[in-house]
Design a protein around this ligand. Structure first.
Ligand SMILES: *[C@@H]1O[C@H](CO)[C@@H](O)[C@H](O)[C@H]1NC(C)=O
Ligand SMILES: *[C@@H]1O[C@H](CO)[C@@H](O)[C@H](O)[C@H]1NC(C)=O
Ligand SMILES: *[C@@H]1O[C@H](CO)[C@@H](O)[C@H](O)[C@H]1NC(C)=O
Ligand SMILES: *[C@@H]1O[C@H](CO)[C@@H](O)[C@H](O)[C@H]1NC(C)=O
Ligand SMILES: *[C@@H]1O[C@H](CO)[C@@H](O)[C@H](O)[C@H]1NC(C)=O
Length: 389
């Protein structure tokens, strides 16, 4: 058993003011809100070949209406044909039909045949599609939810999904969707739950989520998103943020503490810099998991204000300095994990006295002292420190 090199315990606590001023330049970057009308979805395209059409072609054109979509960037969506013989209960279900048929065309593999019955005007009967009375007009049914969780479907999300303007819930976790999140998602003004987790989305943070006024649950974990995370995310009235297991590289901004979330998981990205003191302002917080990033600072004493937090995990970072005595004020704390950092000093007795503490993991640090109360915590792990045994 190799003892850790305790001479490297002389980290001092960084001056947190040096961590400010970093992300202000990003403020101008967010809110890519193009203002365009939904009309872009329904360009009527009839023929294109002058007078060279056969009678059969003319008949075909008369019987069908080709609807296709060009967005403000001139990008073409899928080309969806609406057979005029189809009867829809209302125009919004007709739009939903276009959206879902476009999506079906954008699906490359559907091993469980979940979309096999996505045929015809009865969109409310499609697998994974749920209808409910429209919020603004309870006399009509509209598509209110999509749930294709664990579908193993490969494909991408077409811009036409922006036609599902009554959508409240969009759950597609554990599929193989790739590409980016359509900008037209900005039309989903009543969407409150967005779960894109465990897919293959890539590229920048999906800024379009910032323009969803009713969003309260954002789950984009286990994807390939990269780059920074817009600070505006923490000013949104979200209850849950899961962005763990991506490739975000980012310093946690000072407005982090403005977030009213009860659960936030940033684990397994490349977040770096400081744990901001504003954390202490997160009065609704219940669980926070910052593990396995590159945070290098001390833990601000303000975290002691988090009276309702039950799970606090900052393991596998580069945190330094002592554990603040104020952690003894986190009266709801059950799970505390500070393992695999460069923390030092003596563990404050107040922490191990916390009434609900079940599991305190502080292995792989440079702690030099632990009061006997810590050895009485139901589960504790003090391995690999600078403790005299
Ligand atoms: C899906 O449909 C294909 C073709 O009809 C069929 O071969 C396959 O067994 C179906 N898969 C499932 C899971 O039903
Ligand atoms: C949906 O399914 C129900 C029950 O199978 C059926 O009665 C109804 O006609 C279907 N609706 C449409 C629009 O296809
Ligand atoms: C916490 O919130 C208060 C009131 O909004 C604010 O004045 C203070 O600066 C915040 N604290 C931190 C550390 O951000
Ligand atoms: C903790 O939760 C209770 C309700 O469960 C609430 O009344 C109280 O304000 C919360 N405390 C803090 C510090 O947020
Ligand atoms: C205690 O927490 C550590 C770190 O999160 C975890 O690995 C361990 O399984 C937990 N122990 C129990 C008994 O839950």
């Amino acid at each position: 058993m190799r003892q850790r090199n305790c001479s490297s315990c002389i980290w001092c606590c960084g001056n947190s003011s040096s961590c400010f001023l970093v992300l202000l330049s990003l403020l101008a970057f967010a809110l890519l809100s193009f203002s365009s009308s939904a009309d872009a979805f329904s360009h009527v395209q009839i023929g294109g070949n002058g007078g060279r059409l056969s009678d059969a072609e003319v008949l075909f054109i008369k019987r069908r209406q080709l609807l296709y979509y060009l967005d403000e960037n001139g990008d073409r969506g899928e080309s969806v044909t609406v057979d005029p013989s189809l009867v829809f209960e209302n125009p919004r279900l007709r739009s939903a039909y276009i959206a879902l048929q476009a999506w079906k065309q954008a699906i490359l593999s559907d091993p469980q045949n979940l979309t096999a019955n996505w045929v015809g005007s009865g969109v409310c009967n499609y697998t994974g599609v749920f209808c409910a009375p429209a919020l603004d007009d309870p006399s009509i049914q509209t598509v209110a939810g999509i749930d294709l969780n664990h579908g193993d479907i490969a494909g991408y999300l077409p811009e036409e999904l922006g036609l599902l303007t009554d959508l409240g819930i969009f759950h597609i976790n554990s599929n193989r969707f790739c590409g980016t999140v359509p900008k037209k998602f900005k039309n989903l003004k009543v969407l409150f739950e967005l779960d894109l987790s465990n897919n293959r989305f890539a590229g920048k943070f999906p800024y379009v989520v910032l323009s969803l006024p009713k969003l309260i649950y954002l789950d984009i974990r286990f994807n390939e998103f990269e780059g920074t995370v817009p600070p505006e995310l923490f000013d949104k009235p979200l209850d849950a943020i899961f962005i763990n297991h991506n490739r975000f590289a980012f310093e946690i901004p000072d407005n982090f503490g403005n977030s009213p979330v009860s659960v936030i998981v940033l684990a397994n990205n490349k977040f770096h810099g400081c744990v901001p003191a504003s954390l202490g302002n997160m009065t609704n917080l219940n669980e926070i998991i910052l593990m396995n990033n590159g945070l290098r600072s001390c833990l601000p004493p303000e975290i002691g204000l988090l009276k309702n937090v039950t799970v606090f995990d900052v393991s596998y970072n580069g945190l330094m300095g002592p554990l603040p005595d104020t952690i003894g004020g986190m009266l709801s704390l059950e799970q505390l994990n500070v393992a695999h950092n460069m923390l030092s000093g003596s563990i404050p007795k107040s922490i191990c006295n916390l009434p609900r503490l079940e599991n305190f993991t502080y292995s792989y640090n440079f702690f030099t002292g632990e009061p006997p109360q810590c050895l009485a915590v139901p589960e504790f792990d003090d391995r690999r420190n600078c403790l005299a045994k």
